[in-house]
Structure formats: C-alpha cells, structure tokens
Design a protein around this ligand. Structure first.
Ligand SMILES: [Zn+2]
Length: 327
C-alpha cells in the first residue's frame, strides 16, 4: 500500500514523499497531531520508503524483503522506542545515542521512531539533544507527539515538524464500513471519534448499547430526588473506562437535541436512527436550556481530562442537567 494506505493526510504525505524522492528528508522529524490519525503508520511507511529495495517516486513497494521486515518490526536498522511503563527513560535514549552513529547493517538508513515522545523524561529529552542537533548522515529520527508544546523547546527547534490533521468524519465512516461496520453504526462512531480512526475503532469494541441506555437514563432522572442521581453515578463508575465514552455520547446527544430543535433535519443528526426520540425530547425544552445542558456536559468532559474527581463531577453534572430540564 505504501503512502497510498494513509488516509486523509495528503499534505503530510506529499511533503514526505517528495523529500524522500529527492533524498532530502530532514534527519529529525516531529509528527504532531491527535492519536489515531496515522502518525505511526506514516512513520513506518517513511522507514520503508527510505530502505525499500524497489522504491519509486519516494514511495515504498511494500513487498520487497526490506519492506516486509519493517512491517514485521524485525528490520535491524529500524528501531522503535516506546515508553517503558509510563515514560521513555534516559537509558532508552542512551541506547539510541550509542546506536545512532553506526552505519546501517543492511538498509540505506537507520530509522528511530519515538512513539509517544511526549512521555520522555526531561533527562531523556536532554540526552537526545546532541543526536538531534547533529544527526549522523544515514540516521533519521521520527518523534511522534500530540503537539509540539508537549516537548522541551530545544527538542522542537531541532526537528522539522509535520502536522497531522484530524480525519474528516466521512473518511472514518468509509473505512469503518470497509471493515464490516454497518451504515448507521459507522456514521455514529465516526462522529463520536473526534477525527481519530484509532478512537473510532476503540469505540467499536466498547459496549455501545449500554452507553446509549445510560444516556437515556440521564433524561429520565426524576426532579427533586437525589438517590437516582447517586445510583446512576454508581452504575457508570462500575466501568470506569467507559466514562469518557459515556460523556462523549451524552454530549453528542445534547448537540443533536439542539440540531433537532433548530433545524428539524434528520440528515444533520449524529443519532439519525433516534430522530423521533430526539424530536420528542427537544420539543419540551427551550434552546437556552439545551445550550446550558450542552455546556454542562462539555465542562464535565473537559474537567475529567484534567484529573477532576469522576464521582463528584458526574454527580454535579447529573444534578445540573436534571435541574436545567425542569427550569
Ligand atoms: Zn520495498
């Protein structure tokens, strides 16, 4: 497949292909962008294109022995550096700096891919600086991070940054359908995935039907009673890992309530197959109530990303949502 197998990153891919084609690929690259949009796949493809025995126009063949070894992660010149535990440690970087100057064993270029580079400890980042500054002639380093600000400025300034954009929903939905997802589910997952194919695939594995059931319960909380709020929180916390998914799903539902209220159009909904329920709920609520509900869920979701207490956050959110519906 080569670079053609990378979805929705035409700009990044054409830059890289052109540079490889004329042997001008920068030796220190920083791939930034959200998780699951193709940064790692692109890094592997760059390693293949650099070492491919049958390279054409800066792209790899994906068939030759070099390409196959890289795909199987057994090529002696392509090294993957990933966090050991929570961080990439200084010893891992020391190994890298020892190996970087050596001539390639069998390929044209030595490639080090540092996935989740933002997890490098400060010491590790400092240990990497010298290699980044004067990379050996046949050595290429590809750092992968969500954003440049996640790394120390001297690291960033020594790298050529290539930005990876979130994927359009249509691209994600099409790929999910190719992988056997049915139409309605593909559209829904794509809209919840925030531009990340990886996230869409993760969501696909999670118990979506349970999550929808929980979303429904939020809108059935009886006014004035606190026990159901505590019970619902308890039920959600039983599966901690689905809390963000639940909140994303709830946020999409609140968004759809507004869309349904304002436009009445089914084609603009995330939950297209639940149009009737959305119409019914939004009918009784004013737009300002719906907007306040949306904001409440959004704030909770953002707060959880910053290590807010999940139990407290959920309880407060449910109480606010319940009161907003009654207001
Ligand atoms: Zn090849």
């Amino acid at each position: 497949m080569g670079f053609a197998g990378i979805l929705g990153q035409e700009r990044a891919v054409s830059l890289l292909k052109r540079a490889i084609g004329i042997d001008r690929l920068p030796h220190a690259l920083l791939f930034t962008g959200p998780k699951g949009v193709g940064r790692f796949l692109t890094a592997i493809t760059v390693a293949k294109a650099l070492n491919c025995l049958d390279r054409v126009n800066g792209d790899c063949c994906d068939r030759c022995p070099a390409c196959s070894k890289i795909a199987k992660k057994i090529h002696p010149d392509v090294h993957l550096v990933i966090p050991e535990g929570a961080t990439v440690k200084i010893d891992q970087i020391r190994t890298l700096t020892r190996e970087a100057p050596l001539t390639p064993y069998e390929g044209r270029g030595k490639v080090f891919i540092l996935d989740q580079a933002e997890t490098m400890t400060e010491q590790a980042q400092n240990a990497l600086l010298k290699t980044l500054e004067e990379p050996p002639r046949a050595t290429f380093l590809i750092l992968i991070a969500p954003e440049a600000s996640a790394l120390l400025p001297p690291i960033v300034s020594r790298c050529s940054q290539i930005r990876f954009a979130p994927l359009p929903e249509g691209v994600i939905a099409t790929r999910l359908r190719e992988q056997g997802c049915e139409e309605g589910e593909a559209t829904l997952l794509a809209s919840l995935a925030g531009g990340s194919l990886g996230r869409a695939q993760e969501l696909r594995k999670s118990p979506l039907s349970e999550v929808w059931d929980l979303v429904g319960q939020v809108f059935a909380l009886p006014p004035g009673r606190t026990v159901p709020v505590l019970e619902l929180t308890e039920q959600i916390l039983r599966q901690k890992e689905t809390v963000p998914l639940f909140l994303e799903a709830l946020l999409a539902w609140c968004r759809d309530l507004m869309v349904s209220k304002v436009t009445g159009r089914q084609d603009l909904l995330v939950y297209r197959n639940r149009e009737a329920a959305l119409r019914g709920q939004s009918k009784d609520l004013a737009l300002r109530q719906l907007l306040a509900m949306y904001r409440t869920v959004k704030q909770t979701l953002d707060g959880l990303g910053r290590y807010a207490n999940p139990r407290l956050s959920l309880e407060v959110m449910f109480l606010m949502l319940r009161d907003l519906q009654a207001a």
